[in-house]
Design a protein around this ligand. Structure first.
Ligand code: TXE
Length: 495
């Protein structure tokens, strides 16, 4: 098979002079600094975006505050209707959005279509449904009554204001949709700062939002580096940041937000997620499970697993079966519909992964499969299996965010639990077993925001998602996101 042909609308979009999306339209940036957007499959420059100037940032904040005034007074049903329409428009432009996403991120086209567009639209509709269901509560105070006076109280959930959504490069469409959907459903406005590596798809979606009836100023997109994100968070005209990205940047963002003006922060950070296979598991299912947990989108998923614990008597068989599966993966161009494994998203990340291979070799961990960077202009990285010497090996402790599964054998279930929890992070974990009662007893012992049983990585909008320990603060999805995007106002009445 060969690459699919790019739609004319996609090639025309790449050629545009991309500025900021402020006040419902694209406006040229006042900055002359441009950032090249590189196709990681072949190293070619796809487009240029602007690195926002201070005045671009000010303009976006002014616009978002005006947008907030309008949107927070728009009825919940009208807000929901606009978001439902946006989901429809994303589906109508499915192929165009998926192609833009694949070209900028290297994500295989099947994943761009199924997750970045279809799943993103599904999440958007789920969130839109909440707009009409956000409520407070009524309370009867117990204050003393001296002259027969009585009291009543109730709470209001009010939108927090202008949200800054900081988006990483791994799922640049879907994560942007999570943030804009959370904000717009609750009546907030949002300024999205996409990753400098993958800024294009959201610039196109912002246009669709206007077509869907989202008023000007409610969704602004400001492109640029981390400096732009920092300036937005610390700007006196913004009220909250919702950040997804790496742990060190997340900690800097959280500190900066607190110090600036107690800006509210939701931080969805990375992790070092564990998988534990109990002895009763079918070994073929275990190997399939590792592909799902560790290698989808080349491991560039915050919830993906990187540490795999298998009973000592089974570890060799599991690694053999996994090697066979990795050898059979079709690695190649992400625009070829038969490709199963594409490049990683940028050169810096490819080099970081090369550094992890060098560390594994220096520490004398066993590289069972892969462990190399293929020659060529694309950002390809071999899918890799590593057998660690001990729980202290770097590859079992630092987030690689790549297609690297590191294994360690265990002997007893107590040891398995200890190994699974021996990380400062706690975003996700999975247990694989056919023994339900064992699983039910182990689930409460596992330190992670999400625990899967016989599955890994799959997220559903109805199920809250977020990290414990150093993996973040706050929750997305379910009803849990509402607390993070609203302030609780208490009202007391004497009568
Ligand atoms: O992420 P950052 P980067 C990991 C992955 C990768 C490494 C670095 O291992 O190799 O992080 O990637 C914006 N204030 N993950 O540099 O720095 C930045 O512009 C405000 C894991 O891309 O976390 C981008 O929009 N914003 C991860 C976003 O933050 C700032 C997903 C994420 O950038 C900022 C992505 C600042 N001071 C990478 N500095 C996961 N686990 O989900 C940067 N940004």
């Amino acid at each position: 098979m060969s690459d699919i042909a790019l739609l004319p609308s996609v090639t025309t979009f790449f050629r545009r002079d991309h500025g900021m999306f402020i006040d419902g339209r694209h406006i040229p940036s006042t900055s002359s600094n441009k950032i090249g957007v590189i196709n990681p499959a072949n190293g070619e420059t796809l487009a240029h975006v602007s690195d926002a100037s201070d005045s671009d940032i000010d303009d976006a904040v002014v616009s978002a505050n005006q947008g907030f005034k309008v949107w927070s007074r728009t009825s919940p049903a009208a807000r929901a209707a606009a978001l439902f329409k946006l989901a429809d428009l994303m589906e109508k432009h499915r192929e165009e959005l998926a192609q833009i996403e694949t070209c900028q991120s290297g994500k295989i086209i099947q994943i761009s279509r199924a997750f970045e567009v279809d799943q993103a639209a599904h999440f958007l509709r789920y969130y839109a449904g909440w707009a009409t269901k956000i409520t407070g509560e009524t309370i009867t105070p117990s204050l003393p009554s001296f002259t027969g006076e009585r009291y009543s109280a109730y709470t209001l959930r009010e939108p927090i204001g202008v949200v800054v959504g900081i988006v990483p490069w791994n799922f640049s469409t879907m994560i942007a949709i999570w943030k804009l959907a959370s904000a717009l459903t609750t009546g907030c406005s949002i300024i999205i700062k996409p990753s400098e590596f993958t800024p294009l798809t959201i610039l196109r979606i912002a246009e669709l939002a206007i077509e869907a009836g989202v008023p000007a100023g409610v969704l602004n997109v400001v492109t640029g580096t981390g400096r732009v994100g920092k300036a937005l968070i610390e700007h006196p005209g913004t009220d909250k940041v919702s950040f997804t990205g790496s742990v060190p940047t997340g900690i800097a963002v959280g500190k900066g937000a607190m110090e600036a003006k107690l800006t509210r922060a939701t931080l969805e950070l990375g992790g070092k997620n564990s998988v534990g296979f109990l002895r009763d598991i079918d070994l073929d299912k275990a190997a399939d499970g590792i592909i799902e947990a560790g290698f989808l989108h080349s491991g560039q998923i915050c919830a993906a697993a990187e540490r795999f614990f298998v009973h000592r008597s089974q570890i060799e068989s599991v690694m053999d079966k996994l090697s066979l599966r990795l050898r059979a993966l079709k690695i190649g161009s992400p625009l070829d519909e038969t490709t199963q494994f594409g490049p990683v998203t940028n050169k810096q990340h490819q080099q970081k992964l090369a550094g992890f291979f060098a560390t594994a070799r220096a520490e004398k961990s066993t590289i069972v499969h892969g462990g190399n960077i293929p020659d060529g202009p694309g950002c390809f990285v071999e899918p890799t299996i590593i057998l660690a010497n001990s729980v202290n090996d770097t590859l079992l402790n630092e987030e690689t965010f790549g297609p690297i599964a590191t294994f360690l054998p265990y002997d007893t279930e107590d040891e398995l639990l200890h190994l699974m929890n021996s990380t400062p992070y706690g975003l996700s974990a999975s247990l694989w077993t056919n023994d339900l009662s064992k699983a039910m007893r182990l689930i409460p012992e596992i330190e992670a925001g999400t625990v899967w049983v016989n599955m890994h990585t799959m997220l559903d909008p109805a199920v809250p998602f977020g990290g414990i320990k150093a993996s973040g603060i706050g929750r997305e999805f379910g009803a849990a996101f509402i607390d993070d995007y609203t302030e609780l106002k208490s009202v007391m009445i004497r009568y």
